[in-house]
Write a protein that binds this ligand. Structure first.
Ligand code: PEP
Length: 246
């Protein structure tokens, strides 16, 4: 853990307001970030406001295309030009609701990196897949889609968030042991390909993390922080979670 700085990232999904940006900035900008990276992922129209308010902000998704005739999409170059340095890719809601395949996610990952955005690759199994003991297979397929397209070294400039789909927004958190087991699996599979990269990459856990369970989850040796949905919309809860990652 010593060689990896913890990270706590708040995914606002399609929530939030200018008021929330101010409320959160007021509390979060007071936290010493020498020992924790703190990021927020608001809806697109609020990214610039969050950056201007002193928060580190990124995008919840990014187009796999360059700027052009793609109504409703937002390109990586513009996101970076606004001052953002990160984007989520492959969040399970994007995969499930908008049909993003592993290949599409890999294309978005590549486009983010081409434009100096660090992708946070979200991976995770459904409840059914866990019951069928397919967790490792599913998670590795999602990661391997990036490796097949770009090579393992592309992951050096990225973050991976393990988010079991059954734990997202459900209040059902993976136990620290369950989460650690998958994180350990990911790190050891990566170590087979590039041990230095595996030791350095930040692996986040996401899925109903709150101020009561974050400390135990983040204390696991292969968990380097969290991707937080619901609890990132309350300034004090989010601050407690950020501090618990230190
Ligand atoms: C998420 O949206 O990535 C997430 C983990 O949500 P929640 O914390 O609400 O489960």
């Amino acid at each position: 853990m010593a060689q990896r700085k913890p990270m706590v990232a708040g995914n606002w999904k399609m929530n939030g307001s200018l008021e929330l940006v101010s409320e959160l900035a007021e509390v979060i900008t007071k936290i010493d970030t020498s020992d924790v990276d703190i990021l927020v992922f608001p809806p697109f129209p609020l990214v610039k406001s969050a950056l201007d308010a002193g928060l580190k902000a990124g995008a919840q998704t990014v187009s796999e295309n360059n700027a052009g005739a793609f109504t409703g999409e937002v390109d990586a170059q513009l996101i970076h030009a606004l001052g953002a340095n990160y984007t989520l890719v492959g969040h399970s809601e994007r995969r499930a609701i908008y049909g993003e395949s592993n290949e599409t996610v890999a294309a978005k990952f590549a486009k983010a990196q081409e434009n100096n955005l660090t992708p946070i690759l979200c991976v995770g199994e459904s409840e059914q897949e866990r019951e069928q003991e397919l967790t490792e297979q599913v998670v590795w397929q999602q990661i391997d889609a990036i490796i097949s397209k770009l090579g393992v070294d592309a992951l050096a400039n990225s973050v991976i968030a393990y988010e079991p789909v059954w734990a997202i927004g459900t209040g059902k958190t993976a136990s620290p042991e369950q989460a650690q087991a998958v994180h350990k699996f990911i790190r050891s599979k990566l170590a087979e390909l590039n041990s230095e990269l595996a030791a350095k990459i930040q692996l986040l856990y996401g899925g109903s993390v709150n101020e009561n369970n974050s400390e135990q989850l983040f204390a696991q040796p292969d968990i380097d922080g969290g991707l937080i949905g619901g609890a990132s919309l309350k300034a004090n809860s989010f601050a407690t979670i950020c501090n618990s990652a230190k």
